[in-house]
Design a protein around this ligand. Structure first.
Ligand SMILES: Nc1ncnc2c1ncn2[C@@H]1O[C@H](COP(=O)(O)OP(=O)(O)OP(=O)(O)O)[C@@H](O)[C@H]1O
Length: 486
């Protein structure tokens, strides 16, 4: 364990950012090998990732700060490497667990499988995952030393990937999440309701468990506002062992460097029918570009089914020209077996086309993908608090009027349990569509970068944006939080 920073040894070189408090690593922190694993080529691949140069700095920040915000380009290696660095540094010793959350199940499964492969262990043992209805981790019961009748859960899983929703669910049994030493909330830019609630609760847990470390990471996160959120409001002084506590003000680390080059192409003119547009683009890539799989981003199941149908029809009618295309849809409504087809290697001479919602936007590495075709739109969920207020108000009015009606019957007739006639029942207004809206809207620049980042992961790639460059510059920098707070 001599290749990462330990308290008491020389610290890695860092400078304060001029804008105040932002830590930025000025030089490569370490050039030495990271671990004692004997997996030569895999180890070399790991060391080639940009995040490797920041290994010592990351471990130093996690050691000394309660919260670290890590911003690293797509393909810098955050998701697969940071949990391994932490494990190698001893954060999973003594039965503790390192958690890494992802917004989506598919990402949890694929990242866990990759990390297990890199570590040369069986998935479900040292590296495991938990998603809804599936727990692939290893916990067994042991007799406690103090009381031979008592049983305690012991974890052999050291690195656990899980969705943020599952971690929230775990809080119901263990509100302080005591088994975790470090919790990494990855892809925090997505700002789904569960991610935001999780971040709020983790901040509270940290006050009770100062030893818990949080890492908030993404390629496209507003680091300063995230850091401001975790800034402790009051600095506690004079507590026993204060000098051993980590610094409560969050550290921000920017991991520079990315994977292979991805050439970006914009549409020359804005298009009206993006489904037809992406289908034509896929066909021209297939006819003109060298081999390599294609990942298409559309908004939802309807669009995807239409595109799959159009491409399959084209393949049949055009004979040789479009043959060789294997078209696969990807959305959350598909069965797991159907979703997993996207990971099957493409047969020689064929080209796989995965047509997906934003389920494939973050954390996924599909090895064969060379081309990304981005429609520029996604279905976005908005929680509308104003509508919610209007709806609850309406419900209250109707409820009150029905209560008044039933009271009226009771009072007048002096028959307390007389059934209320059906005409007095007042239906409550339909809530769902008003409160939670799923709307097709242009994506943000952050999403566009994430989508482009699905190419260039294991070889150079190209991204075709179905937006003109002028349209692109009108996009919002970041997507709206699902639950707006301001
Ligand atoms: N399933 C996989 N198969 C092959 N290589 C993989 C796989 N998963 C990750 N890798 C390799 O590890 C690299 C880093 O992936 P990782 O997911 O850690 O990056 P990241 O910085 O978290 O990216 P993103 O922000 O896009 O999720 C990939 O570019 C790829 O070279």
């Amino acid at each position: 364990m001599s290749h990462f920073w330990k308290p008491g040894t020389e610290k890695p070189r860092m400078v304060d950012d001029e804008e105040g408090g932002v830590l930025f690593l000025s030089t490569a922190a370490s050039s030495s090998s990271s671990s004692g694993f004997g997996y030569g080529s895999m180890e070399k691949q790991r060391q080639r990732l940009p995040v490797y140069k920041y290994r010592t700095a990351i471990l130093y920040l996690v050691e000394t700060h309660a919260t670290s915000v890590i911003v690293g380009e797509t393909v810098s290696g955050k998701t697969t490497q940071i949990p391994q660095y932490l494990k190698e540094a001893g954060w999973a010793d003594g039965g503790r667990v390192i958690a890494c959350t992802q917004p989506r199940r598919l990402a949890v499964q694929s990242v866990a499988a990759r990390v297990a492969e890199e570590m040369g262990v069986k998935l479900g043992e040292e590296v495991g995952y938990t998603i809804r209805f599936e727990d692939l981790t290893n916990t067994f019961l042991v007799m406690t030393a103090e009381n031979f009748h008592g049983l305690a859960a012991q974890n052999t899983t050291m690195i656990k990937f899980l969705t943020d929703g599952v971690l929230l669910r775990e809080m119901m049994d263990d509100p302080l999440l005591t088994k975790y030493s470090v919790i990494m909330v990855d892809e925090a830019h997505e700002r789904s309701i569960s991610t935001d609630i999780l971040l709020g609760l983790l901040k509270k847990i940290q006050r009770r468990r100062p030893e818990l470390r949080l890492i908030i990471s993404s390629a496209t996160i507003e680091a300063k506002s995230m850091s401001a959120f975790f800034q402790a409001s009051k600095r506690r002084r004079g507590l026993e062992g204060e000098e051993l506590r980590p610094r409560m003000e969050p550290a921000i680390l920017s991991v520079e460097g990315r994977g292979f080059n991805v050439q970006i192409h914009f549409a020359e003119e804005p298009v009206s029918d993006y489904v037809q547009g992406v289908v034509s683009t896929v066909l021209s890539i297939h006819n003109q570009e060298p081999m390599g799989d294609i990942l298409v981003f559309l908004t939802g199941q309807d669009d995807i089914d239409t595109a799959v149908k159009l491409l399959n029809e084209e393949a049949q009618s055009n004979g040789k020209k479009s043959s060789g295309l294997i078209v696969l849809p990807l959305y959350s409504g598909l069965s797991r077996a159907e979703q997993e087809l996207i990971f099957t290697p493409t047969p020689r001479g064929k080209r796989k086309v995965v047509i997906s919602t934003n389920i494939a936007e973050t954390s996924l590495t599909l090895e064969g993908i060379v081309y990304v075709v981005d429609s520029g739109f996604s279905k976005q969920r908005f929680y509308n608090p104003n509508q919610f207020q209007a709806w609850t108000k309406e419900c209250c009015i109707r409820l009150m009027s029905s209560v008044k009606l039933s009271l009226f019957i009771k009072d007048d007739d002096f028959v307390p349990y007389r059934p209320v006639p059906p005409e007095y029942f007042v239906p409550v207004p339909e809530p769902i569509s008003d409160i939670e809206n799923l709307v097709v809207a242009p994506i943000s620049k952050a999403s566009a970068r994430q989508r482009a980042g699905r190419a260039g992961r294991v070889r150079p790639g190209k991204c075709y944006r179905y937006l003109s460059s002028r349209q692109y510059f009108t996009l919002l920098c970041f997507s709206f939080a699902e639950f707006p707070t301001q």
